[in-house]
Design a protein around this ligand. Structure first.
Ligand code: GTP
Ligand code: MG
Length: 317
């Protein structure tokens, strides 16, 4: 199978009206803020980066946080962090697991340093009580509000595991240092995504609403990406050795055909998932009363297996 045959499309509709409003409000606030904390998902550090951010900020600095590091492949996350540092767009970049009570000391030091720079600048102008205003931005569901709560040691920002929880901007004071004000913002996504792959990665990592894509379409488009980066992973997690052999026989594929030649082609992958569904008991009653594979249930299960790290700590880039 040639590279071109690999299905890589996902049709998503993420309600641009709502996102457009969030982006407009964010841009309006930039003049009021001193610097930004940009939150990315460590599993998709580039697909969860908004490429217009630097242009919107002008000379204002941003600290880039690779969050949800506990879910990610540590080696690949480190390489991504090094790339971000090398790019020199961000002031600094940190790998963070914000579920932990304490954030990394070097990240806190960087926030303090930029905040101190701001307050000193105002002091020099004779303005003594001007707090540093820090905006936290990023794609939906990457952990912006969680980081606000950790930094402020409060629970003021609403946190839930679905995209679109924060709908309004909200200022939160940092309790221990009264000279910092944090601004929580709703998640943003570019009006036009950069590539089909980006849509797939965002959907798989729960950064776009589940209502905006078809689960089976997501499975068929994302499994080839995973298989390419982590060969044999799908076979080994779902123990599909015999199903793959059966499929090869049915379709008269070469004995030594690699897994990617099956997982990478939608037609074969859907047959493999159907076989898997029968094996796992993901079945429903068909119109004639016979048991048939419940493909939607299978797709939702595979997506949740990825999100719950059943395949291991995987980065998609
Ligand atoms: N495993 C893990 N989960 C995290 C981490 N940070 C946040 N979460 C979880 O991710 C989900 C989303 O977190 P939020 O802080 O609401 O994300 P957000 O970016 O504010 O989301 P929106 O407001 O919807 O854009 C919640 O279930 C958090 O508990 C992390 O570092 N690791
Ligand atoms: Mg939020």
């Amino acid at each position: 199978m040639s590279e071109q045959e690999t299905k890589r499309e996902l049709h998503i509709n993420w309600y641009p009206g709502h996102i457009a409003k969030a982006e407009k409000q964010l841009k309006e606030k930039i003049k009021l803020i001193d610097f930004v904390i940009e939150v990315r998902d460590s599993r998709i550090p580039f697909a969860s980066h908004h490429r217009d951010l630097k242009e919107w900020l002008g000379t204002k600095e941003y600290i880039s946080v690779l969050n949800k590091s506990d879910l990610a492949d540590p080696k690949r996350t480190k390489i991504s962090q090094e790339t971000i540092i090398k790019d020199k767009e961000a002031y600094a970049s940190f790998i963070v697991d914000s579920r932990k009570n304490s954030l990394p000391a070097n990240f806190l030091r960087a926030v303090d340093k930029l905040a101190a720079k701001t307050t000193e600048k105002f002091k020099a102008k004779g303005i003594l009580k001007r707090p540093a205003r820090v905006m936290v931005v990023g794609y939906p569901n990457v952990g912006k509000s969680t980081i606000i709560n950790r930094l402020s040691q409060t629970k003021k920002a609403k946190v839930e595991n679905r995209p679109g929880v924060t709908q309004q901007q909200q200022w939160v004071k940092v309790k221990s240092k009264l000279d910092i004000l944090l601004l929580d913002t709703p998640g943003i996504i570019p009006q036009k995504l950069y590539s089909d792959d980006q849509a797939i990665k965002l959907a798989l990592c729960n950064c776009v609403s589940a209502k905006s894509f078809d689960p089976m379409e997501l499975v068929l488009s994302s499994m080839p990406i995973i298989e390419k980066s982590y060969p044999g992973l799908i076979r080994s997690y779902y123990k599909t050795e015999s199903e793959i052999q059966d499929l090869k026989a049915e379709y008269e594929l070469a004995e030594d055909a690699g897994d990617i030649s099956i997982v990478g082609k939608s037609e074969y992958l859907s047959v493999l998932i159907e076989k898997l569904a029968h094996k796992k008991g993901w079945i429903r009653k068909g119109t004639g009363g016979q048991a048939e594979a419940d493909m939607e249930r299978a797709a939702l299960k595979i997506i949740s297996d990825f999100r719950e790290q059943k395949f291991g700590k995987i980065n998609l880039e």
